[in-house]
Design a protein around this ligand. Structure first.
Ligand code: ZN
Length: 315
């Protein structure tokens, strides 16, 4: 079964929420947009690979997006499968064009036909994750469990070339569609060698209980200050910030669209970007100076819980 599903990563959620709420002249904006694009590509690649794990879910225990701490270091695993005899780490990679693994220089280059660019060597990356996971397992009295690792190529049209040892690359790198079979095969081999049968659900629960949510401090990383986050309800159709409150909803002055619930996203943005609670006064301001009574009605219907002591609303 799938014990942990993938959701949009928090850093990407924050970037997507912050970008339309910053002044177009904000100095960190180009970098933020570039990072959001990269993270979105990575996330899309991971989702493509996840699709193939569904075939394994009836047999094994699967956790997506695992984030653990070992020896004062955090490490992140895209997908972790606890099979009958061994644990598999899968790192999803999304490359367009063709890629070349150079096993001598331990280097990866990608070519889109005109430009060649270099990347961190994915086999080294996934082996580092394996090293950390093995240490983590030891610390949690699970050190007897063998760990194997794969790099999954998300896009079936990515052409993989090898300079050097094809065998070495083939041991670790697979197209996503091949993953279920490779994992089952490798697991059987461990079984045939006499590896003991794992109680995969219990191990999965133990890992899940220690897994955290990967996050970034948006303010530190990009020099954003809370005051830089601009208020207003954003139009779901054209992206204009500052929809106007009309009877029973919101009207966009730019594209004339009407939305009943566009304020929900604004409140979510506030909780994600500004602070983890919202007062009536903050709601009035953030939704574009609406009247107090309306702010109260909106907050009461928002699904948030009222904190009497601090007179604010929170999740
Ligand atoms: Zn609009």
């Amino acid at each position: 079964m799938i014990l942990r599903h993938r959701t949009k990563p928090l850093p990407l959620q924050k970037l997507d929420a912050a970008i339309p709420r910053l002044s177009p002249h904000f100095p960190g904006l180009p970098k933020m947009k570039e990072d959001a694009k990269k993270q979105q590509q990575g996330y899309s690649g991971e989702l493509k690979v996840d699709y193939f794990f569904d075939n394994l879910a009836p047999m094994y225990t699967i956790l997506h997006d695992v984030y653990l701490r070992e020896n004062n270091k955090n490490f992140q695993i895209d997908s972790l499968t606890i099979a009958n005899h061994t644990i598999f780490i899968v790192d999803s990679k999304h490359y367009q064009g063709s890629i070349t693994f150079n096993t001598t220089l331990r280097q990866l280059t990608r070519s889109d036909g005109t430009i060649e660019s270099g990347f961190e060597y994915p086999i080294t990356q996934v082996k580092n994750q394996k090293f950390h996971l093995q240490n983590w397992l030891k610390q949690h009295n699970l050190g007897h469990i063998p760990v194997q690792c794969f790099v999954a190529i998300a896009d079936p049209s990515t052409v993989v070339h090898v300079k050097g040892s094809e065998e070495e690359v083939g041991k670790h790198v697979v197209h996503a569609a091949e993953l279920p079979e490779q994992i089952m095969k490798a697991d059987r081999q461990f079984g045939n060698k006499g590896a003991r049968k794992l109680s995969n659900y219990q191990i999965g629960k133990a890992i899940l209980s220690k897994s955290r949510e990967f996050d970034i401090d948006l303010f530190k990383r990009y020099g954003v200050k809370p005051a830089d986050i601009l208020p207003g309800v954003i139009c779901p159709d054209c992206g204009l910030r500052g929809m106007e409150r009309v009877y029973n909803g919101w009207h966009c002055g730019q594209c004339s669209c009407f939305s009943r619930n566009a304020h929900k996203k604004a409140i979510e943005d506030f909780l994600l970007l500004v602070k983890n609670s919202i007062t009536n006064k903050e709601c009035v301001w953030f939704l574009g100076n609406i009247n107090r009574g309306l702010a109260t009605r909106i907050l009461k219907k928002s699904g948030l819980v009222y904190d009497k002591q601090h007179r604010c609303w929170r999740r």
